[in-house]
Design a protein around this ligand. Structure first.
Ligand SMILES: *[C@@H]1O[C@H](CO)[C@@H](O)[C@H](O)[C@H]1NC(C)=O
Ligand SMILES: *[C@@H]1O[C@H](CO)[C@@H](O)[C@H](O)[C@H]1NC(C)=O
Ligand SMILES: *[C@@H]1O[C@H](CO)[C@@H](O)[C@H](O)[C@H]1NC(C)=O
Length: 129
């Protein structure tokens, strides 16, 4: 029993170090997602070793000023516009700027969707530039 635990911990540490060593964005690296239906973009830029900025805007298709029922789904994490403090000015949302702790290398290829209630109204993949 004890032996098994030790092996599992070692494997975890090895995987973690392996992932951190290989996947670091450099400051200034950029990534973006394009929303065709909503004529919008989300742009990400690594601004320090530990944080990245987001700039986002949706130019059409946001028809109700209800930030509690529009959501962003990033790789399965669903956050409302209200929680992100994204302002709506129908038919637009944003522009919105924010800073998030993290590394944009981990966002490369991530799925991002915009939802109205439970319906996906647009989606895209984040691509590193
Ligand atoms: C998309 O939004 C931009 C900025 O508001 C605008 O200039 C452009 O005409 C829009 N394109 C479409 C296809 O609606
Ligand atoms: C949300 O945005 C408003 C207007 O820009 C600002 O006054 C407020 O401090 C923001 N709140 C948060 C939690 O970022
Ligand atoms: C948001 O970010 C964009 C692009 O980095 C910048 O041009 C703009 O001035 C910023 N706006 C605000 C309100 O911080």
């Amino acid at each position: 029993m004890l032996k098994t635990r030790c092996i599992a911990l070692f494997a975890f540490i090895f995987t973690y170090l392996h992932a951190t060593l290989l996947c670091r964005a450099a400051v200034g690296d950029k990534a973006a997602a394009t929303f065709n239906k909503l004529n919008g973009t989300a742009a990400f830029e690594q601004i320090t070793e530990d944080a990245f900025s987001i700039y986002g805007v949706l130019n059409k298709g946001i028809d109700e000023n209800e930030p509690d029922i529009y959501f962003i789904d990033l790789s399965g994490d669903r956050i409302s516009f209200a929680e992100f403090n994204i302002s709506i000015n129908p038919p637009k949302a944003g522009p919105w700027n924010g800073t998030i702790i993290g590394d944009i290398e981990e966002l490369n290829g991530a799925y991002i969707a915009i939802l109205y209630d439970d319906s996906t109204i647009d989606d895209a993949f984040i691509v590193k530039e």
